[in-house]
Design a protein around this ligand. Structure first.
Ligand SMILES: C[S@@+](CC[C@H](N)C(=O)[O-])C[C@H]1O[C@@H](n2cnc3c(N)ncnc32)[C@H](O)[C@@H]1O
Length: 200
């Protein structure tokens, strides 16, 4: 039932440091693509003023999240909801912040477009969308490890692979009204990208 992703253990502390800085002090944090649920539990425990709402489209992942939510017994951690970023309607109509970790490269680019469009629907003026993962930048890989990872993903399916920040994500974000507010280098050649409404 309960799944475990070693990467989520490694990146949770560096991610938390960024989230503490960029998230609102209180309100609802909607997590898209929560996976095993490790991050949702960790961030809910570390940020008790926020209500954390995990989501994932996969039944297996939601079962893992549900098991972790039950075990954690945190008053600010909600049971998982089914959400595919591409859905034209999300199960939550309002959130104060949206977080999405390690989804862009394992889903078709339409999922990234869906994430930006959905975040634009649920966030208030001045809301924040934070994404994390390995990326290409300026059309180039930022490490040999990322390049090999990208190749293995594309071998699995041509629609998968590391997304280029400038040529792929920034235009998709702009189409939904978001601008890249901050690019935070993370361990192991990952990036946290902080997106805010272009007018904010
Ligand atoms: C590599 S896992 C990352 C999980 C978790 N965020 C983490 O960092 O451990 C990718 C997750 O993206 C989810 N996913 C794939 N396509 C998606 C989509 N279109 N919308 C939302 N989530 C999606 C998968 O179900 C999976 O749980």
């Amino acid at each position: 039932m309960k799944r475990h992703a070693p990467a989520a253990e490694r990146n949770r502390e560096p991610l938390l440091a960024v989230l503490r800085r960029v998230l609102p002090a209180r309100g609802t944090l909607l997590e898209v693509a929560s996976g095993t649920g490790q991050h949702a539990v960790f961030f809910a425990a570390a940020l008790p003023e926020l209500v954390v709402q995990p989501t994932d489209p996969s039944d297996e992942q939601r079962a893992s999240i549900a098991a972790r939510v039950e075990e954690a017994r945190l008053p600010n951690l909600r049971a998982p909801l089914a959400l595919d970023a591409r859905d034209p309607e999300w199960p939550l109509r309002r959130a104060d912040a949206v977080l999405c970790v390690n989804m862009f490269h394992v889903a078709p680019l339409t999922a990234a477009a869906g994430l930006f469009a959905g975040a634009a629907r649920v966030l208030p003026v001045g809301g924040v969308l934070a994404t994390y993962g390995p990326h290409r930048e300026g059309g180039r890989h930022t490490s040999q490890g990322n390049e090999a990872f990208d190749r293995s993903l594309r071998d699995q399916h041509p629609d998968l692979g590391l997304r280029d920040v400038e040529s792929e994500l920034v235009p998709l974000a702009a189409a939904a009204g978001f601008a890249l507010a901050e690019r935070v280098p993370m361990p192991a050649n990952n990036l946290t990208l902080v997106w805010r409404p272009a007018s904010a």
